[in-house]
Design a protein around this ligand. Structure first.
Ligand SMILES: [Ca+2]
Ligand SMILES: [Ca+2]
Length: 353
């Protein structure tokens, strides 16, 4: 390590160690145990499935309306630290987003019975162009509600029994939840040992606030062996889902260290009250996957040239948190590593009510 380099000093490591040591007591290690149990559960179920939703569709030809009865949800994943969720369902008949219906919240259950009926006025001839969109959420009293997953139904006329009463049970999918994309450029100057990441813009970010928008800023962490060496952030853009930044963030990384580091990039929602929340993350580096690695290699292949790409954001899910650990840390992750990474992604651990 280059001792004269501000991003790679020994004191930096020592400081991280002491921070980690300090935070261990405050962070309640039993919380990690809960997380690891959740991961085991997720592995045993189908990939991308978050339980299933039972509902009934019917078309009333006289009144020209689609009748949707949301019956119940089954085997929902736990979103709260208590090991349960507070589910409710929002429903749209796309492409119309103005008419939104929503069930009541059912507290502390993974198998809620809703039995609520919703009506969507729509001409029968228009049905082939419409899509029924269910979003299952976990209510949280003091923070943004977490999305559990979605179900989309289209091609109504192909459904058996339709337009008569049609009972359906569909898997709730998490995969199609869109968090938005982030565009940034990477540029490396080997002689100066300077890594520049220019945050350009983001698009279609997930709305985190009740206003239907977010207050996004981007936090970039320089990571080495699962430890955060440095972090920098952009300015905050208020009340938008399509922020434009054009802000450069510079890290000093000597060529002999460039293969050891990676960047963890988190798009955050600023909140005036309460703590800021992660909208989505992406990672670039030698040990990143897919585009994150390709972008990094392209940067190294063409030194001194800024190279820009769009990156889809992924959610900080516990599963990814663990797979990230196993891919980055070797051979065995310690609790210290867990702490650092968890805090890097989420800030101090916040226990929802
Ligand atoms: Ca909750
Ligand atoms: Ca906000």
């Amino acid at each position: 390590m280059n001792q004269s380099n501000p991003d790679f000093t020994v004191t930096q490591f020592q400081r991280q160690d002491s921070l980690t040591g300090m935070s261990l007591g405050q962070l309640k290690p039993e919380l990690y145990k809960q997380r690891s149990l959740d991961v085991e559960d997720n592995r045993s179920s189908r990939v991308g499935s978050c339980g299933c939703l039972h509902f009934i569709l019917k078309y009333d030809c006289d009144l020209e309306q689609l009748i949707v009865k949301i019956h119940r949800a089954q085997d929902l994943p736990a979103k709260d630290f208590s090991g349960t969720s507070d589910p409710y369902v929002k429903i749209y008949l796309l492409p119309d987003r103005k008419t939104k219906h929503q069930t009541k919240v059912h507290r502390k259950t993974l198998n809620p019975v809703f039995d609520e009926v919703f009506l969507f006025p729509v001409a029968y001839a228009d049905l082939p162009t419409r899509k029924l969109h269910f979003s299952v959420y976990d209510f949280d009293r003091f923070s943004r509600h977490d999305i559990i997953g979605q179900v989309v139904v289209d091609n109504f006329l192909d459904l058996v029994d339709f337009p008569s009463e049609t009972k359906l049970c569909r898997d709730i999918q998490y995969d199609n939840v869109d968090l938005g994309d982030l565009m940034f450029s990477l540029c490396y100057l080997p002689t100066a040992g300077r890594l520049t990441i220019t945050m350009i813009k983001a698009r279609n970010l997930k709305a985190m606030d009740i206003t239907g928008a977010s207050d996004p800023y981007v936090k970039v962490s320089l990571m080495c062996d699962g430890r955060r060496l440095k972090k920098r952030k952009t300015s905050t853009k208020r009340n938008t889902l399509n922020p434009v930044y054009n802000e450069a963030i510079v890290f000093d990384v000597p060529p002999e260290n460039i293969d050891q580091i990676s960047l963890l990039i988190a798009v955050m929602d600023y909140d005036r009250v309460g703590h800021n929340e992660v909208i989505g993350v992406c990672r670039v580096g030698n040990d990143a996957e897919g585009l994150g690695r390709e972008h990094w290699n392209e940067m190294l292949t063409y030194p001194r040239k800024p190279i820009a790409h769009w990156h889809p954001l992924i959610e900080v899910r516990i599963a990814q948190f663990w797979s990230h650990l196993t891919s980055v840390l070797s051979p065995k992750p310690s609790l210290n590593h867990l702490d650092v990474l968890w805090q890097t992604l989420n800030g101090p651990v916040h226990v929802p009510s």
